[in-house]
Design a protein around this ligand. Sequence first.
Ligand SMILES: Cc1cc2nc3c(=O)[nH]c(=O)nc-3n(C[C@H](O)[C@H](O)[C@H](O)COP(=O)(O)OP(=O)(O)OC[C@H]3O[C@@H](n4cnc5c(N)ncnc54)[C@H](O)[C@@H]3O)c2cc1C
Length: 289
Amino acid sequence: MLLPFDYVRARTKEDAVNLAIEAGPNGSFLAGGTDLFVRMYDRQHKPKILIDVKEIEGIEGIECQNGEDLSIGAASPLNMLVRNKFIRSEYGLLAQAAHSVGSLQVRNRASIGGNICNASPAADTAPTLLVYEAEIETWGPKNSRLISIGEFFTGPGKTVLEQGEFVHKIRIPKKDTESYGVYLKLGRTNSVDLSIVSVACLALASGEVRIALGAVASTPIRVRKAESVLLNSKDEEAIARAASLAREMAVPITDIRAGEEYRLEMTEVMTGNAIRQALAGLAAIGEVK
Ligand SMILES: Cc1cc2nc3c(=O)[nH]c(=O)nc-3n(C[C@H](O)[C@H](O)[C@H](O)COP(=O)(O)OP(=O)(O)OC[C@H]3O[C@@H](n4cnc5c(N)ncnc54)[C@H](O)[C@@H]3O)c2cc1C
């Protein structure tokens, strides 16, 4: 059973900040509620005031035009991303990651902002946002700020967000080169489970290969040392070396989903597979053009 709480709907950005500051540690922002209500039900979190952000202007919806940054309202449900034609064709990796979350019903409520503010090391959109080098646009007591996704997570359940600050939009820089992305997720079951290991890999026509891992460290991580091996060579030896470096950079724990050693092993296997698939996908785009 849930403990009693008050519900307030913020109408503007300023309203949300003021309500959150007034509520202090008793307040919690609410988007889809798919994570928050589970934690409240389990008594891991006991907010007395929920501040619904979904009516704030610009917090829901996708603005994407060719030649500009992709801007996604933080409260946009993940299924909105999955169904958006521009995201599917130009930022396919994000659509894959969003589609891997929970079930159809969960994705209809679960927002991309909630997914990252939750700050689970296993959050499925996080590795993808890391390889797209997304920026998080927030609104808070000090007005607006842009935070690089690489600096956003500070630990399990922790972010750099300050008291009263919420995520308004997520910005992904415009594509200036062709790319192909692959998201691989290993769970205990094929659906409706958090990752044991996840890998996002983005191969760019510029020659860069970006790799990020989920569920194998206290936050989602970009593994730049592994990426650097692929700058000069993309042969099987280089791929194996990059995969092995990704394993070295992982610092997983043993929990109810999997043991540390299994996670390490799968990090290496899945990183190798993700690189191969991303490079093959990029090569195939080259062939059809
Ligand atoms: C059955 C089930 C399966 C799931 N499967 C997966 C899965 O496979 N992969 C996965 O990654 N997650 C999964 N989840 C977790 C959850 O659905 C996602 O993390 C989801 O994206 C959270 O979004 P939400 O809008 O529901 O967030 P909420 O529950 O509304 O909020 C989550 C947290 O973020 C804060 N918050 C929300 N929006 C903002 C904002 N704009 N600014 C500041 N703080 C904010 C809230 O205060 C709260 O602390 C699952 C959950 C369930 C119940």
